[in-house]
Design a binder for this molecule. Structure first.
Ligand code: BES
Ligand code: MN
Ligand code: ZN
Length: 500
């Protein structure tokens, strides 16, 4: 779908979308169209449940007096609650609705109502952004879908007086959407297509946007002593990869010390010898969600030319059972030198991250290091699919992440870390074991394990197991891979690591 910003005018064909605020208050364009159609809009409003609540929709087909083929009235909710996220949701709702309508073109004339938090330009840009985010589909493998089942909308224009300013605002958001889409694509891709080497190739494509990409193969990782990551990989014939992506956007003379983002990239997690039950195992194709987010984030930052230095590191492995696979009870030596008794081969994400985190802090000495991982089923028990778990002993970094998440509608909820939880992974025969001793708090013990590989660099861990994939669509997040974290971290970079 092509989205553009345009000068206001009444369309000669296709759908016209107008806004109605809570309690059936017509926006300016809605009132004008009501006049031209002999009061058809106000009559329609009287006949149903439509009140103008946020994301409600009612429509008129073939209205007399205007050329548009239909008028869609969309609820804007209460004017004072109409912020950027609300505008995005409205944009996504419009696209979802019109996709099923058979209409090929639509023009949105949603004027910002009196008392709204958003100016017209921001309103238009965010409507367009939400429309783009909501238009995402992963349909690469659907060869027989009937045309009438496919979304019909081809072109969407969002009308606003200052078209130039709105286009400028949208083009920045559009780059972020490119990053979100890349993450969604990667997360949705099945594991026979997406495995460590093919995922590394995907990361390599960022080179054309100016990202420096290095791929470390098995031999390099062996030299670096990454026994924890390599132990997970050894059950699979697929070679593991460690991908380092660098976006050096900081201005000359500015602070060069980077922010580092590290992702778990288990391209398929069978559990290994501690094998998972077959029911639902197909979900484990998205166990590379953390890595997917890091790659999408790098794309967003490079696309919008962020003025910050950001390093993205992803550890890519496939966790398989085989005659070569690591066994419960094996002891591995990580790149940090610390030894780990692998009690459960299904607690593999932390083993991959142990070496990726150590490598990242050691090589880049980052200002802060944030990892994302679909680390534990336990985080879904705690937080469901509403918040990601946040673990950090740095209050400032935690507050910054929470604020960025709030602003982008990607919520995080902070959990505690504590020496008492850390004891759970103490071990008799090695420096630590990879799972707790039965004291519960599985997500926290996972975080305590990771913390041992951060070398005390300011660090935060986001457990996104409940957020990377969604079985239920939302206006700006269709079901499937969500792209969770790209927007949050892009915002963190913009608000906290770029000059104002
Ligand atoms: N990839 C899983 C976590 C997961 C579960 C992600 C469900 C998304 C949905 C992870 O590698 C795992 O298997 N974790 C174990 C840890 C346990 C063995 C300590 C878990 O959560 O059961
Ligand atoms: Mn696992
Ligand atoms: Zn896993």
């Amino acid at each position: 779908m092509k989205i553009s910003l345009a000068e206001p005018s009444l369309p000669r064909s296709g759908a016209l979308v107008v806004g109605v605020s809570e309690d059936r208050v017509l926006s300016r364009t809605a009132a004008a169209v009501d006049g031209k159609t002999g009061g058809a809009l106000s009559r329609a409003l009287k006949s149903g449940r439509f009140r103008g609540a946020k994301n409600q929709i009612i429509e008129l087909l073939a209205p007399g007096g205007i050329a548009a083929s239909r008028v869609v009235m969309v609820g804007l909710g209460k004017a004072k609650e109409l912020d950027a996220l609300a505008a995005q949701a409205i944009g996504g709702t419009i696209v979802g609705h019109l996709g099923k309508s058979g209409e090929r073109t639509a023009a949105i004339a949603v004027d910002s109502p009196k008392g709204a938090k958003l100016k017209a330009v921001e309103m238009a840009a965010n409507l367009a952004y939400g429309a783009r985010l909501g238009s995402y589909r992963f349909d690469r493998y659907r060869t027989k879908e009937k045309p009438e089942k496919k979304p019909s909308l081809r072109t969407l224009s969002v009308m606003v007086k200052d078209r130039t300013a709105a286009s400028r605002a949208f083009s920045r958001l559009d780059k972020i959407a490119d990053g979100v889409f890349l993450t969604r694509d990667l997360v949705s891709e099945p594991a026979n297509v997406l495995y460590p080497e093919s995922l590394a190739r995907q990361a390599r494509t960022l080179t054309k946007l100016g990202v420096k990409v290095e791929v470390l193969g098995q031999a390099r990782m062996e030299k670096l002593g990454m026994g924890a990551l390599l132990g997970v990989a050894q059950g699979s014939p697929r070679q593991p990869q460690l991908v380092v992506m660098r976006w050096d956007g900081a201005a000359r003379g500015a602070d060069k010390q980077p922010l580092a983002i590290v992702g778990k990239g288990v391209t398929f997690d069978t559990g290994g010898i501690s094998i998972k039950p077959s029911k639902g195992m197909e979900d484990m194709k998205w166990d590379m969600g953390g890595a997917g987010t890091v790659i999408g984030l790098m794309r967003a930052l490079a696309g919008r030319k962020a003025k910050a230095n950001v390093v993205g590191v992803v550890g890519l492995v496939e966790n398989m059972p085989s005659g070569m696979a690591q066994r419960p009870g094996d002891v591995v030596t990580s790149a940090s030198g610390q030894t780990i008794e692998v009690i459960n081969t299904d607690a593999e994400g932390r083993l991959v991250l142990a070496d990726a985190l150590w490598y990242t802090q050691n090589r880049f000495k980052p200002k802060a290091m944030i990892d994302l991982a679909t680390l534990t089923g336990a985080i879904i028990v705690s937080l469901g699919h509403v918040h990601a778990g946040l673990f950090s002993d740095n209050d400032k970094l935690s507050q910054d992440l929470a604020a960025a998440g709030q602003a982008e509608g990607e919520l995080v909820w902070r959990f505690p870390l504590h020496a008492e939880y850390d004891k759970e992974i103490d071990c008799d025969i090695a420096d630590m074991k990879n799972v707790g001793s039965g004291g519960g708090a599985g997500s926290i013990t996972g975080a305590q394990f990771l913390k041992r590989f951060t070398n005390n660099v300011p660090w935060a861990h986001l457990d996104i197991a409940g957020m990377a994939w969604s079985k239920k669509g939302k206006p700006t997040v269709p079901k499937g891979g969500t792209g969770f974290g790209v927007r949050l971290l892009d915002r963190l970079v913009a608000d906290r690591y770029e000059p104002k």
